[in-house]
Design a protein around this ligand. Structure first.
Ligand SMILES: [Zn+2]
Length: 418
């Protein structure tokens, strides 16, 4: 724990330093979601950490206490963005939209934080717009370089922002998808964004929306690598504190429901605050996100979601059916560990990412194969762990219907699709 008050040991809000006394959800002990186990490691000890989230009574930021050093988590991260077709397509559409809306061209500079394997920046390269990636995992930055995308291997913060600005210039567009929530030092990160942004420049950030997490039971998106869970109200407050005004926001279907926020320097009056900002604030107020008691009711919802999934699995196994998993994503790790699902329920899971094949899921030790295993074993049920990619996977794996196979989606509640 790095952010706790010295006298009481009570963790403090990573934004406003208020002691955190209100539990949002306690998912028990869980291993890191990207530490897939090799066959040789099966007989070794495995570290488990508390998966306990709080809500701050002052700023309503939902957050995980920090038990694990970020260097342990991200230095060899196994998530390659390019393995999801729909995510690459989402990135391509974003690049088209944003280049046109803010007239980006050959004299602009685009910087992406957590640029991964270049899945997004490759589209700017094709348009001749200069860009730079910032990526903490060296093995992933190498994959970007192979695509011709220059990447700085570092964690982003105020200091690295100033170094990048000095060496490469300020950013006219500064973007980050699914990084803000993963940042342990939130204030340092956002103040870095402010430092790297050119006058008149635009920041866009995408992250899962807390309102969706709560209304759709997406508790499995809580894992150790994911430190903050933002409503629009809470993120707006954080950015305003660092001199950035959010002038627009979009609600997106990605990752089960995300926000894309648009920020600019507070004194840049060329971009007035739009109607979508006012509307979303009103929607969150209506849902009660500005009241502490709203957050307290989430626990019971999560327990019921677990009971429904176990009900289904127990009945399926009693009926002699075979059940296997699809995917080995971070959210699958939370779900499997919290629900106690091991090979007693799931024979195996499959993943398109060769990095995970031949390994085992963290904590639950379910073997991970390539997708061709499904055709060989013809299971009765395929449990989709990355339920946010449901449509894409059901299309790719539609052939399981040839032998009467069915799809099972665990979130927001267990549902079988013929
Ligand atoms: Zn706070």
């Amino acid at each position: 724990m790095t952010n706790s008050s010295e006298s009481s040991g009570q963790p403090l809000c990573r934004f406003c330093d208020t002691p955190l006394h209100h539990t949002f959800i306690d998912l028990g002990m869980s291993p890191l979601c990207q530490t897939h186990i090799t066959p040789a490691q099966l007989s070794h000890m495995e570290p488990f950490y508390p998966l306990l989230t709080y809500v701050c009574s002052q700023c309503y930021l939902v957050q995980l206490d920090e038990f694990v050093a970020p260097g342990d988590i991200f230095s060899e991260y196994a998530y390659f963005s390019s393995y999801s077709d729909s995510w690459v397509e989402h990135a391509r559409r974003y690049v088209e939209m944003i280049s046109e809306r803010f007239s980006l061209g050959g004299s602009s500079r685009v910087v992406e934080i957590a640029s991964n394997d270049g899945y997004l920046l490759q589209h700017f390269v094709k348009k001749g717009i200069p860009c730079l990636g910032v990526e903490p995992a060296a093995n992933i930055a190498e994959a970007a370089l192979a695509r011709g995308i220059e990447s700085v291997v570092t964690f982003f913060g105020e200091r690295t922002a100033m170094d990048i600005a000095k060496k490469y210039g300020h950013a006219n567009l500064l973007l980050g998808n699914n990084v803000l929530a993963h940042v342990p030092k939130l204030n340092d990160f956002v103040s870095g964004l402010k430092a790297l942004l050119a006058p008149g420049g635009v920041i866009t950030m995408e992250f899962p929306h807390l309102l969706q997490l709560m209304s759709e039971n997406q508790f499995d998106t809580i894992y150790h690598e994911h430190f903050s869970y933002f409503s629009f109200m809470s993120v707006e407050r954080v950015f305003a504190h660092h001199g950035i005004t959010l002038f627009d926001v979009e609600e997106l279907p990605t990752h089960g429901g995300s926000l894309r926020i648009y920020g600019r320097h507070a004194d840049d009056e060329s971009k007035p605050v739009g109607e979508r900002v006012t509307q979303l604030r009103a929607k969150e107020q209506l849902a009660g996100l500005d009241r502490l008691d709203t957050y307290g009711g989430f626990c019971e919802q999560v327990k019921e979601t677990k009971r429904k999934l176990l009900d289904f699995l127990i009945q399926a196994k009693r009926a002699g059916k075979s059940v296997v998993g699809y995917g080995a994503p971070g959210k699958g790790n939370t779900l499997l560990n919290y629900c106690g699902i091991r090979q007693d329920f799931l024979d195996y899971t499959v993943d398109r990412n060769p990095y995970k094949q031949g390994k085992f899921t963290p904590g639950t030790h379910i073997p991970i194969f390539g997708p061709e295993k499904i055709r060989e074993t013809k299971p009765d049920y395929l449990l989709l762990l990355p339920w946010n990619l449901r449509e894409e996977i059901m299309q790719q794996m539609g052939f399981i219907r040839e032998w009467g196979g069915q799809f099972v989606v665990p979130i927001p509640e267990t549902k079988v699709y013929l």
